[in-house]
Design a protein around this ligand. Structure first.
Ligand code: NI
Length: 140
């Protein structure tokens, strides 16, 4: 059988602040620069969710991407879009609001839900800006 990788893109925008509460204001400013602004800043995030599987002989599909989209929206986008990541997103509670931590948290939100629609999560890619993105494959 042939394994294919299928990706769905979703978008959201959200506010955050990079801040380590173990550090002084000046240390936070030194490490995080503009990202430490106490009055927040935002990003237009792009999220790419890749699943893997074999094309079903009857549909030619590996998975119905509409179902993937519904899962992503229900378990990720609805929590993040137009929200403050530091203050309002349950799965980011007590975590530094970096793209790295957010990417891992999104994987954890999706892994079991993607199984329920009959496919396997392969990669979560989260773009914070045009130039910066993070990928997670579920590795420890
Ligand atoms: Ni930022």
């Amino acid at each position: 059988m042939k394994t294919v990788y299928v990706t769905r893109r979703e978008r959201f925008n959200a506010a955050h602040q990079m801040w380590n509460f173990d550090w002084s204001d000046s240390k936070n400013a030194e490490v995080f620069g503009k990202c430490s602004n106490k009055n927040w800043h935002g990003h237009n995030y792009e999220l790419f969710v890749t699943v893997k599987g074999e094309p079903n002989p009857q549909t030619g599909y590996c998975v119905d991407l509409k179902k993937v989209s519904v899962v992503i929206n229900k378990h990720v986008i609805d929590y993040l879009d137009h929200r403050n990541i530091n203050l309002e997103v349950p799965f980011m509670k007590d975590k530094l609001a970096s793209t790295e931590n957010l990417t891992i948290a999104i994987w954890e939100q999706l892994e079991e839900e993607i199984k329920k629609i009959g496919t396997q999560l392969h990669k979560v890619k989260l773009c914070e800006t045009e130039n910066n993105f993070v990928e997670y494959f579920g590795e420890e």
